[in-house]
Ligand binder design. Sequence first.
Ligand code: FMN
Length: 203
Amino acid sequence: LASFSAAELDARSTYRFLIGSVVPRPIAWVSTVSENGGRNIAPFSFFTVASTAPPMLCISIGLPESPKKSIKDTLQGIEETREFVVNIATVDLLDELVASAAVLPIDVDEFAFSGLTSAASDLVLPPRIAAAPISMECVLYDSVKLGTDVLVIGEVVRFHFREGVLDENLRVRLGVLRPLGRLAGPYFATEFNSVKEVPPSTQ
Ligand SMILES: Cc1cc2nc3c(=O)[nH]c(=O)nc-3n(C[C@H](O)[C@H](O)[C@H](O)COP(=O)(O)O)c2cc1C
């Protein structure tokens, strides 16, 4: 058994412990716009549901290590417009997702850079990623600075599902969605047919 008090750990080990322990993680593929109109996309795996009624999602965005460096474009866009779109990344879009994680000046159009087409949102300014099977339009509810990161909480005001993603009972068809996720560093694919149900312990 190896046990550690958080107080005695350096930042790198702590980061490794967290990203290796909280797995598998889903990926929010977030589209934003900045005040000057630049369109930005970036993936975030510190991501989950925060409330179901009203529907809320949260992502955690890392702050720059030195105050001289600028905050991530995604955080800047969310702070400026108070709106963002969480698109769900899929296995087929891995190359585009990796491209969208590049650090680029805020005025570079990351849709064009990543080879992605945009689709207008209905209720918020940032566009959706047209190829994503699910997109959720969000309005900023609150943001909380927590140590090295800012926890961004958004209320979902509109859901979009591509044709065929929902079944007749409005359940998401996982075999159609093929969501892309992240382990510590590597990506993983959820193939619905290979998901095994784990029976509860009988003892
Ligand atoms: C799969 C994946 C998951 C990521 N998850 C996070 C995350 O949860 N929080 C974060 O701050 N950065 C995360 N990143 C890094 C950001 O995507 C990266 O810093 C990006 O350049 C930010 O872009 P922006 O400056 O355009 O907002 C992740 C990167 C990848 C590839």
